[in-house]
Design a protein around this ligand. Structure first.
Ligand code: PAF
Length: 287
């Protein structure tokens, strides 16, 4: 595996017209099995796989964990090597955001709701860095974990709006044996917080049951899930939302494809989880 750290060097290596397909997996490093699954799928679907590791400063708010975000380049490098990744792109901030840089990409509808309502600069930073990375790497396909469901919807919208010539592939969440979704931020959890975090997959299980029983509308379901998660004293709820899974729109009636999105803090760890639950019929409008 070759490691490339300059934007210009990578651009020179990727010819605009080529017969080999390129799959791209953008990451912020501190890799786990969820990332390795993305690499595996990218490898199966493309001739060449490029991964990036860049902890993107513009997607962190002033009081967030940019400076302490977990980093371990040596470990990541050997994991990527074993996964058969061809090129690792690991640029620095000064190269990605040059001195005179002024341009941001914003997706103000999708980017302002749910997680975007709690983290105001987050999705603008994601949209900007993903656009830069896609322009540098020019992949045929780019792979994103569906754990960050809203991010996948936002990137798809942006790619369509800007006519970016890339296919976005979403890959299902990878979970630990206790059901907790894998995330680089799980490293922040103490043993008690880790046990408490099991409330999230359990809440999603409850949501599936309630949706299939078709007894509740979206708002009643949100209330029931909030109450269930709040019974865990270490959980600090930021978002519990039931939305249309394709548009993220809020509806009183349960949508046919309902997204249940949870954004909950346990100590220093802000954890995200979600489920998309399909139901045959609409629920009653009120209850
Ligand atoms: O999902 C992530 O790790 C990041 O948001 C991404 C897509 C690499 C952009 O920095």
């Amino acid at each position: 595996m070759e490691v490339i750290s300059r934007v210009a060097e990578l651009r020179d290596r990727i010819p605009a017209r080529r017969s080999t397909s390129v799959g791209f997996v953008p990451t912020m490093g501190y890799l786990h099995r969820g990332h390795l699954r993305l690499m595996e799928i990218a490898k199966a679907q493309n001739d060449v796989v490029v991964a990036s590791i860049f902890v993107n400063p513009t997607q962190f708010g002033a009081n967030e964990d940019f400076s302490t975000y977990p980093r371990d380049m040596e470990r990541d490098r050997s994991l990527l090597e074993s996964a058969g990744v061809d090129w690792l792109f690991a640029p620095d901030s000064a190269d990605m955001y040059r001195e005179k840089s002024q341009t941001y990409v914003d997706v103000p509808g999708i980017g302002a709701v749910l997680e975007g309502g709690i983290r105001p600069v987050y999705f603008r930073g994601v949209a900007t860095v993903v656009t830069k990375l896609l322009n540098i790497v020019q992949p045929d396909r780019a792979y994103f974990g569906e754990k960050d469901y809203q991010q996948v919807i936002l990137v798809r919208r942006m790619v369509e709006d800007l006519f970016l010539p890339v296919e976005i592939v979403g890959v299902p969440t990878v979970r630990d044996e206790d059901g907790v979704a894998l995330s680089s931020r799980n490293v922040y959890l103490s043993a008690e917080e880790r046990a408490a975090a099991r409330r999230l997959p359990q809440a999603l299980q409850l949501a599936r049951k309630l949706i299939h029983s078709r007894e509740m509308n979206s708002k009643a379901l949100e209330m029931a899930l909030r109450t269930y998660i709040a019974e865990e004293p270490l959980a600090h709820i930021d978002v519990v939302a039931v939305r249309d899974a394709d548009t993220l729109e809020e509806t009183i009636e349960l949508p046919r494809r309902a997204l249940v999105l949870l954004f909950v803090r346990f100590g220093r760890a802000q954890l995200l989880d979600h489920a998309v639950v399909e139901s045959e019929r609409q629920s009653p409008a009120t209850r």
